[in-house]
Design a protein around this ligand. Structure first.
Ligand code: PGA
Length: 262
């Protein structure tokens, strides 16, 4: 099965408009003339989306530029109205956003997002034709307590409840062990591959073998230039969701280059 790898930068709460501009100018000049067999996605803070959209609109229209897709880091599960501080899917669409990260462990742990909330957001995103990057992953205590598979299965079945096979086809899953996020500790390639194969088997149970073979599953958690190649060589790993190491243009580019080499 030919699944196009997807490398996504999750900047979290870093880079306002001016730092976004600095990054993009540098990144585009490094990217010039290179064509990687993968998708490249950047998820800035929402307040930097207009600047990113503006910069990429011109760049993506130019020749020799590898297209870069825009992702949001979150969206509301509601259409509009009295939801102070929230941003709707249609507002995101105005800035050419294609992807939205949902269910990130920081949203789950710090902001109390449940599987039901994440499920509502995934459905709302699909109504606006946004592609969810649906994050799942276990804590260290859960892994050490032998609960890895039950935690992942619960997150997947809860998050995708009522999501059609067609909408699943527009969804990317990101497996991010919580203990590897921002810690410098990466899952070994064997641990990551085993978890990815399990996630794919759960998708097969829910949607059938064909859907499971097609869905892209990114790995996330302390991905760096030095470990990208080994992780991406695993048969069930289809790209990466990168936090800290995607804040520098050179480091993000090296992850893409090392991770998409055959
Ligand atoms: P990290 O973050 O690469 O800094 O570990 C990954 C993520 O949270 O998506």
């Amino acid at each position: 099965m030919n699944r196009k790898p997807i490398f996504a930068a999750n900047w979290k709460m870093n880079k306002g408009a001016s730092e976004t501009e600095d990054f993009i100018k540098s990144f585009l000049s490094k990217l010039q003339g290179q064509d990687f067999p993968c998708e490249i996605v950047i998820a800035p803070p929402s307040i930097s989306l207009p600047k990113l959209a503006d910069l990429l609109h011109n760049a993506n229209a130019g020749q020799n530029a590898h297209a870069i897709q825009i992702a949001a880091q979150n969206c509301s599960q509601f259409d509009s109205g009295a939801y102070t501080g929230e941003i709707s899917v249609l507002m995101l669409r105005e800035f050419f956003v294609h992807y939205v990260i949902l269910g990130h462990s920081e949203r789950r742990a710090i902001y109390g997002e449940t599987d039901a909330i994440i499920n509502a957001k995934i459905k709302k995103a699909r109504e606006a034709n946004l592609k969810p990057i649906f994050c799942i992953g276990e804590t260290l205590a859960e892994r050490e307590g032998g609960k890895l598979e039950s935690v992942l299965r619960t997150q997947i079945t809860g998050g995708l409840d009522g999501v059609s096979e067609k909408d699943l086809g527009e969804t990317v899953i990101a497996y991010e062990p919580v203990w590897a996020i921002g810690t410098g500790v990466t899952a070994s390639s064997q641990q990551a591959q085993d978890a990815h194969a399990f996630v794919r088997s759960v998708i097969a149970d829910l949607y059938g073998a064909d859907a499971a073979a097609k869905i892209r599953i990114q790995y996330g958690g302390s991905v760096k230039p030095g470990n990208a190649a080994e992780l991406m060589a695993c048969p069930d790993i289809d790209g990466a969701l990168i936090g800290g190491a995607a804040l520098e243009p050179q480091s993000f580019l090296e992850i893409i280059r090392n991770g998409s080499a055959d």
